[in-house]
Write a new protein. Structure first.
Length: 160
């Protein structure tokens, strides 16, 4: 049995389809930057049933547009491996994707420049104007702006 990792497709799926058909993995893990123009399960329909498990981590482009995020996390939240560990084919797999963003790690503000401006997602939410908070039904991090859904915070992954 095997686990297939496929990274940075940026909308190019044919190589994944061919690999899944050829190798019939027990799981497929997508490594960010999907650039989905339709929901994940629709996009992968030709091979979805050929692999029993599908997981993913967010890439820096998966939060570029609301559509990309919703077509991934909104369509298949149970596949989100971001900040989690799961057992696949007898192996522990950790989803530790994300982006070190300047707004958190190298901000221009008064204070100690050796410290991050925001310690966690919860800290950023508390200090973000209500009008700038992102709202989505079933949201696992209510209020975190879309552009920071892939951000690594010092308190990563829980953000508490």
């Amino acid at each position: 049995m095997s686990i297939l990792f496929y990274g940075d497709p940026h909308g190019v799926w044919q190589p994944l389809f061919e690999a899944v058909e050829k190798h019939r993995p027990v799981a497929v893990i997508l490594l960010g930057d999907m650039d989905l123009d339709e929901p994940l399960r629709v996009k992968l329909k030709p091979v979805w049933d050929l692999a029993p498990q599908w997981k993913y981590i967010l890439g820096n482009h998966d939060t570029d547009e609301r559509m990309f995020y919703e077509h991934l996390v909104g369509d298949y939240p149970e596949g989100n491996l971001q900040g989690n560990i799961t057992m696949l084919d007898g192996r522990l797999i950790a989803g530790l994707g994300g982006v070190f963003k300047a707004k958190v790690w190298a901000p221009r503000y008064e204070g100690d420049m050796s410290e991050a401006k925001y310690d966690s997602a919860a800290d950023m939410i508390r200090r973000t104007a209500r009008a700038d908070r992102w709202k989505a039904m079933g949201d696992e991090i209510p209020g975190l702006p879309l552009s920071h859904r892939d951000t690594i915070f010092p308190a990563y992954p829980s953000g508490e």
